[in-house]
Design a binder for this molecule. Structure first.
Ligand SMILES: NC(=O)C1=CN([C@@H]2O[C@H](COP(=O)(O)OP(=O)(O)OC[C@H]3O[C@@H](n4cnc5c(N)ncnc54)[C@H](OP(=O)(O)O)[C@@H]3O)[C@@H](O)[C@H]2O)C=CC1
Ligand SMILES: O=CC(=O)O
Length: 296
């Protein structure tokens, strides 16, 4: 690995994000091969049709690749892929790299990193900011931490998947940073939805609110993008609500562990929990509006 020859890379998890990210690795032509795996194996077919290889287990992917990337739902999924039967660990041999780009907590990432390095492998965590479209466009923001040699080795892959990557230090730093970023995002979306609901109740046009917000210091791409979805009350998933609630839950746990009060995020989390409870978990996180709006 790292002797100038093209790397063979693997990718575990072909959900909304992973499929787009793996496709960009494939399309780049920078790698000797791209081998994919997904728990629901049928989801590998599209990429195989475009030139990827597929394998039946994470161990088989890792065994046949220099570096394997993962983009999995949550801590349970990330741990299952590594420690489960025929998981990542079964394929790790000295020198192999594992880059987990899922949004998880520090404890999960540390556990995975320690297990990989105990077998002589190298580990980087690389959670991302940016949603379905930035993933498709290769415009993610990548937060990296862990083994610096592996981070440098996979920089070309990060450049294909993202517009900027940051090396933040030892394992855990990127996991923490990503949770802080998504805590802010979840609370912002919660406040925005309350504003949209109040505007409507107060006899104001939501489109006018959107335009006024968009012209001032609070202008941001998220309000501009999600505002029309909220007005149409139609939420095709780009960032599933269940993942935003998971991120708030993990950020609040981080706050608890550090004695940092997070009352705004805690309140926002309750609204996402209500939306999940109402069956909105697989819709876009803008569907938190449905738990905000007072239907009376
Ligand atoms: N969507 C977004 O905008 C963004 C998402 N993220 C983060 O990226 C990660 C992936 O998100 P996204 O692609 O949207 O999620 P999806 O829900 O679309 O995909 C989740 C993936 O995880 C797999 N998975 C779930 N549970 C398990 C398990 N127990 N064992 C093995 N595999 C499992 C799924 O497999 P299967 O197909 O079999 O269900 C699927 O491949 C999450 O951590 C999310 O928080 C980060 C930035 C943006
Ligand atoms: O984690 C979600 C995102 O949009 O970033």
């Amino acid at each position: 690995m790292g002797d100038g020859a093209k790397l063979s890379v693997g990718f575990l998890g072909l959900g909304i994000m992973g499929e787009a990210m793996a496709r960009n690795l494939l399309k780049s032509g920078l790698f000797a091969s791209v081998t994919v795996w997904n728990r629901t194996l049928s989801k590998c077919q599209a990429l195989v049709g475009e030139g990827a290889k597929s394998a039946e287990t994470p161990a088989a992917v890792v065994g046949s690749c220099d570096v394997t990337f993962a983009m999995l739902a949550d801590p349970d999924a990330a741990l299952a892929a590594v420690f489960g039967d025929n998981g990542v660990l079964a394929g790790i041999t000295p020198g192999k790299g594992y880059v987990d780009m899922s949004t998880v907590d520090e404890a999960t990432s540390t556990r995975i990193g320690e297990a990989v390095t105990a077998k002589g492998g190298k580990f980087v965590e690389g959670p991302v900011s940016g949603s379905k479209k930035p993933a498709i466009d290769g415009q993610l923001i990548i937060m990296g931490a862990g083994d610096k040699e592996l981070y440098d080795l996979v920089q070309p892959a990060f450049d294909v998947m993202g517009k900027k990557s940051f090396y933040l230090g030892s394992t855990g730093a990127a996991a923490r940073m990503k949770l802080v970023v998504n805590m802010v995002m979840g609370a912002m979306m919660g406040a925005f939805c309350e504003g949209m609901a109040l505007a409507d109740k107060a006899g104001l046009e939501q489109s006018a609110l959107l335009e006024i917000l968009g012209l001032g210091a609070m202008a941001n791409p998220m309000f501009a993008l999600k505002g029309p979805a909220i007005m149409a009350r139609n939420y095709p998933p780009a960032f599933p609500l269940k993942h935003q609630q998971k991120d708030l839950r993990l950020a609040l746990a981080l706050g608890d562990s550090l004695g940092q009060p997070l009352p705004v995020a805690a309140a926002a989390n309750e609204v996402y929990k209500a939306a999940r409870g109402a069956g909105k978990g697989d819709e876009d996180f803008a569907a938190v509006y449905e738990a905000t709006v007072n239907k009376k």
